[in-house]
Design a protein around this ligand. Structure first.
Ligand code: TYR
Length: 450
């Protein structure tokens, strides 16, 4: 069945692994999605709940997935098969492969908007006095331009994955992630000095818990999994390319820490500007694309600065997209014996095709809805409220009870690391994660469907 792992690639160094995993985690989820779900869920109270979830569920889950990958050296499905042969646990991995398809199809559409905004900014089309809302809506509701950029972005993604883990993924992330970080910090500086920015800071730090509903807590769980690339075997896959000598606990902490920092920094870049410039914090998926160009327009050198930002955002999206595609591709290589090139091409093309209705559902096909969502939002609902929470739940139960919390912990503790997992880890993975995720998921969905 599975081809042997002898020629399996490995990350070139510890830093390469951290950057690749952080590259997967940091993406549109931090800069596009986090601010908008914070905005639609009332601000600071949501952020606090989200931070608790990151610490109590996100970190242990990150360790678990990386440990399963490093231990088995297999793709998302093969890893479960390896640790629990002849059981139906492989289904947990299969859900992840499905999630890879679903997420990347709409992710690539948004990444395409980013590419197009890079060129719009560069061409000076987003200067002072632009109707930023109208420009954004005009772009996403049109037929061809977003599809063209979706096509370009998927082409880049499958090209990199076709090249392989080291040549493709490692090279890209090493240079570009640090640049994005620096630019974001500069943006925060500009946003905070706009007159009226204080209201945005308040929105992010002064909680109003009356705004929290069962659905918003489910949203926080979904966002935590999404932004950390958890619950779908991505970190299992990346962990499978990690040398046995490398420690997991510290690396996982780096990835979780960097990802959370970038999301919070993005929040502090966006909300002060939203309030200062009079936009609606609950505007939804357009928030970053409406607010940030307005900030760029208001600053000296905004054209260059803005263009650089959208380019780096596209790159951050690319380093996440390649990890989404890698989950699916690694499965076809390991278990079906496909060549890397064949798997990238076929799967990348199928995902591109699934993204077409997602893109058109913003405009021409917006009348077609499922559960009240257009197709794009339905895919996002599916991954946020079902695929990732169920995937995370199954992974926690698997690690806690099937592989056993003790073995997971012992594996993660083998190599020297600053963080040592104690029995607190067992409690988090055996009780806290599964109970919290199931309760939140059931109440959130009941709330939604009633
Ligand atoms: N974490 C990525 C982001 O925040 C998105 C992503 C989700 C990537 C799941 C991989 C993955 O498996 O943009």
């Amino acid at each position: 069945m599975s081809l042997e792992t002898k020629q399996r690639e490995q990350w070139g160094s510890r830093v390469a692994f951290i950057l690749a995993a952080a590259g997967s985690a940091v993406g549109l989820g931090n800069i596009w999605r986090f601010p908008y779900v914070v905005g639609t869920n009332g601000g600071a109270a949501f952020v606090i709940i989200y931070l608790f979830i990151i610490a109590l569920i996100g970190y242990p889950m990150m360790v678990t997935e990386m440990a399963i990958g490093q231990k088995t050296k297999r793709n998302a499905i093969g890893a479960f098969r390896d640790l629990a042969p002849n059981t139906p646990w492989w289904v947990a991995g299969a859900l992840g492969v499905l999630a890879g398809f679903v997420i990347l199809s709409f992710y690539s559409v948004v990444a395409g908007w980013t590419l197009s905004y890079f060129f719009k900014t560069l061409a000076g089309d987003l200067g002072v006095g632009t109707d930023f809302v109208g420009t954004f809506i005009g772009h996403i509701t049109s037929d061809w331009a977003p599809l063209f950029w979706h096509f370009v972005f998927m082409g880049l993604t499958l090209g990199i994955i076709g090249l392989g883990v080291v040549k493709g993924i490692e090279k890209t992330v090493k240079i570009l992630m640090p640049a994005l970080f620096v630019l974001l910090i500069a943006l925060v500086g500009r946003a905070l000095t706009l007159p009226g920015a204080g209201a945005g800071v308040e929105f992010l730090i002064k909680p109003d818990f009356s705004k929290i509903t069962a659905q918003s807590i489910l949203g926080a769980v979904g966002q935590a999994f999404f932004t950390l690339s958890l619950g779908m075997g991505c970190m299992i896959t990346y962990g499978s390319y990690l040398d046995d000598k490398e420690n997991i606990n510290d690396n996982a902490a780096w990835v979780v820490g960097l990802d959370t920092a970038v999301a919070l920094i993005a929040g502090f870049a966006i909300f002060p500007a939203v309030f200062a410039l009079g936009f609606d914090p609950a505007a939804g998926g357009g928030l970053a694309f409406i607010t940030l160009p307005a900030v760029f327009a208001s600053m000296p050198g905004g054209t260059i600065f803005g263009a650089a930002f959208f380019l780096l955002l596209a790159v951050a999206a690319l380093t996440s997209a390649i990890s989404l595609l890698e989950v699916v591709v690694a499965y076809y290589i390991d278990e079906k014996g496909w060549s890397r090139q064949k798997a990238s091409l076929i799967i990348g093309t199928l995902i591109f095709i699934l993204g077409i209705p997602a893109s058109l559902s913003m405009g021409r096909w917006s009348g077609f809805t499922i559960l009240g969502y257009n197709f794009f939002d339905f895919l996002d609902f599916l991954q946020e409220s079902i695929l990732l929470p169920v995937g995370g739940l199954l992974t926690a139960i698997f690690a806690g009870y099937v592989w056993s919390a003790k073995k997971t912990r012992e594996h993660s503790n083998i190599n020297k690391s600053a963080i040592r997992l104690g029995t607190w880890f067992d409690v988090l993975i055996m009780y806290v994660s599964p109970i919290a995720v199931s309760v939140v998921m059931v109440t959130g969905l009941v709330d939604k469907l009633k």
